[in-house]
Design a protein around this ligand. Structure first.
Ligand code: IMP
Ligand code: MG
Length: 173
């Protein structure tokens, strides 16, 4: 398949928005020490940039989720490949995700983490593809809204393009 890349979010736009999100979280969590839980692999760059804009004592952990079916879009069959290692009972948890599409991935993780009884559970996503949502998930912090199939800044197509510093839409030629 031949594809073309079209710029959607520049490095400058991303840096500015991530700084705003970090400042908002710093304000909202004053006096608390949240645990950030990144969803591997897509969130690794966003999480790394975000936490460096948060001026709070904080902890970081990761989960790895897999969804079988079409490899570049999740179906309902989400599975936990790697769980968190830190205890989160009584903690303020912030899930960090790269992109929300149908909503299966986050809905699954929220249910999974709730069982561990955190004091609070919020969601911070880099990109919301809102118009494709079919499963209700409450997003507390959203970087950008966008559409199409996006790559770069952690987002992949068949494991490629994650390292690109900006976000692009892949267009089939
Ligand atoms: P959902 O479960 O349908 O919300 O899908 C979320 C997951 O699908 C994300 O964690 C990504 O791994 C993947 N995904 C959905 N849309 C895109 C995209 O535009 N680019 C790259 N990955 C995507
Ligand atoms: Mg992915």
């Amino acid at each position: 398949m031949q594809t073309k890349k079209e710029l959607v979010l520049s490095q400058e736009q991303i840096a500015k928005r991530v700084q705003e999100l970090g400042a908002q979280i710093t304000k909202d969590y004053q006096g608390r020490a949240p645990v950030f839980i990144g969803i591997l692999k897509g969130s690794f760059i966003f999480l790394a940039d975000l936490v460096r804009q948060v001026d709070l004592p904080l902890k970081i952990d990761f989960v790895r989720l897999a969804s079988y079916g079409d490899k570049d879009y999740s179906d309902g069959n989400v599975q936990l490949v790697k769980d968190i290692e830190l205890p989160i009972e009584g903690e303020d948890v912030i899930i960090v995700e790269d992109i929300v599409d149908i909503g299966y991935t986050l809905a699954f993780l929220v249910e999974h983490l709730k069982k561990k009884r955190p004091a609070s559970l919020k969601i911070c996503v880099f990109i919301d593809k809102r118009e494709r949502r079919r499963v209700e998930v409450k997003l507390d912090y959203v970087g950008f809204e966008a559409s199409g199939f996006l790559v770069g800044y952690g987002l992949d197509f068949s494991e490629q393009y994650r390292h690109l510093p900006a976000v692009y839409r892949l267009i089939k030629k």
